[in-house]
Design a protein around this ligand. Structure first.
Ligand SMILES: NC(=O)c1ccc[n+]([C@@H]2O[C@H](COP(=O)([O-])OP(=O)(O)OC[C@H]3O[C@@H](n4cnc5c(N)ncnc54)[C@H](OP(=O)(O)O)[C@@H]3O)[C@@H](O)[C@H]2O)c1
Length: 373
């Protein structure tokens, strides 16, 4: 990563010139990320990053609703969470048709309606694939039929005219990628969504989508939503590198705390007020994360965090933010205190310098082998 003081000095080198018109924005740095120039801005305590090479500015920390809205938390807690996030400068709220069988979108839609915030001040997503309540044929997947109907239903639940970001929540082996790309292009042409992306697609599937879109002059995917945290690195740090370099893809990363494990709260005990204790259907996830080897790593990370005088949770979130290919870290929270704490992560980012990053790599022992792109 290279830092420059003067944007103008490099504008002429790349046909990718921009001006900062508003004095409210403080220019912070410019990042060469594998071929594209990305710029971040700070306003009050929040940082805004461009979603890949697109012009959309997304807050570096955003809020998601999986397992919480319409499920683990009451509607009034959901409202408090959105209030806290919005007041802290969060401008992106993540959702999906499959979250709580569609209830998560209904709850978020009611809150957005009640708040009446300026529509241009926030970004809302949905993701199509898993279906909402019913799962009959054509009510799931990435066929043109389900993409159209799923998107229309998500918009109804969210009480919005358009989604800012619309994702294909998983790849669909039963639908040709061509059909999916055409459908996403058409949804954008109809104004139902502004940008489309993928979630947990392989790099080669995303490349196929790009090449098909380019050949037929269709809108290509702008962003991918992968899992990324200290214990899950392969896609972001290896598999997707060419996507960042050649297509300028942005990323909206999920489970930055490995479902709460990387907050350090499981180090000494198995608390009862958590998703793992409260939601039976995610036993598989609990099994994935609550492994002795993972717990040992989090205990060792606490040693580094203690030395820096910060909680492990901020070390974990800050580590994700250090990756310049991360456009936004989607936070999850079941309690307002958690969200308030997590939203102050940007303040401690300077403490996580290169030396600390190397120390973390040595401790984790899972840094993907470097490939030059
Ligand atoms: N595209 C996809 O396939 C996909 C998949 C999953 C998620 N997502 C998106 O990503 C968002 C974030 O994912 P995630 O919820 O798994 O993120 P996460 O950060 O890994 O886990 C969040 C959970 O950790 C616990 N937690 C958070 N802050 C804490 C703190 N300071 N101290 C102690 N515990 C804390 C809370 O759970 P408890 O209090 O219940 O322990 C919270 O709900 C989701 O809401 C969703 O929008 C996308």
């Amino acid at each position: 990563m290279k830092m420059f003081q003067h944007a103008d000095s490099i504008c002429h080198t790349y046909n990718h010139c921009w001006r900062i018109s508003s004095a409210r924005f403080m220019k912070t740095n410019i990042i060469f990320k594998a071929g594209y120039i990305s710029q971040s801005f700070k306003q009050n305590h929040m940082e805004y990053r461009r979603l890949g090479k697109s012009g959309l500015q997304v807050s570096a920390l955003s809020l998601g609703s999986w397992l919480t809205f319409g499920h683990q938390v009451t509607d009034s807690v959901a409202e408090e969470l959105m209030d806290i996030a919005y007041e802290s400068g969060v401008n992106f709220f993540d959702n999906a048709e499959g979250y709580a069988g569609g209830k998560s979108e209904t709850v978020m839609g009611n809150i957005l309606k009640k708040k009446n915030w300026d529509r241009s001040s926030y970004i809302v997503s949905s993701k199509i694939y898993f279906g909402a309540e019913e799962k009959k044929p054509n009510m799931t997947g990435l066929s043109k039929k389900h993409l159209f109907e799923g998107t229309h239903n998500a918009l109804k639940r969210l009480q919005l005219d358009h989604l800012d970001l619309l994702y294909c929540h998983r790849p669909d082996q039963n639908t040709p990628i061509e059909e999916t790309v055409w459908a996403m292009h058409q949804l954008i042409q109809q104004g139902k969504a502004l940008y489309w992306g993928t979630s947990e697609w392989s790099a080669s599937e995303i490349m196929q989508a790009h090449y098909f879109a380019e050949r037929h002059h269709l809108v290509p995917p702008t962003m991918e939503q992968p899992q990324y945290n200290m214990l899950w690195r392969e896609k972001m740090e290896k598999e997707y590198l060419l996507l960042f370099r050649d297509f300028g893809m942005g990323t909206t990363i999920w489970s930055p705390l490995a479902s709460g494990l990387l907050s350090g709260k499981y180090n000494e005990a198995d608390p009862s007020d958590t998703r793992f204790a409260q939601i039976e259907s995610i036993g598989w996830l609990k099994e994935r994360w609550l492994q002795p080897a993972n717990l040992q790593k989090v205990k060792s990370l606490k040693g580094i965090a203690d030395r820096l005088n910060i909680p492990v949770v901020k070390l974990s979130l800050g580590w994700c933010l250090k990756n310049p290919n991360v456009s936004t870290v989607i936070l999850g929270a079941s309690k307002t205190a958690q969200l308030k704490e997590n939203l102050t992560t940007l303040e401690i980012l300077p403490l996580i310098d290169d030396k600390v990053m190397t120390e973390i790599d040595d401790l984790l022992g899972n840094k993907p082998a470097f490939i030059e792109v």
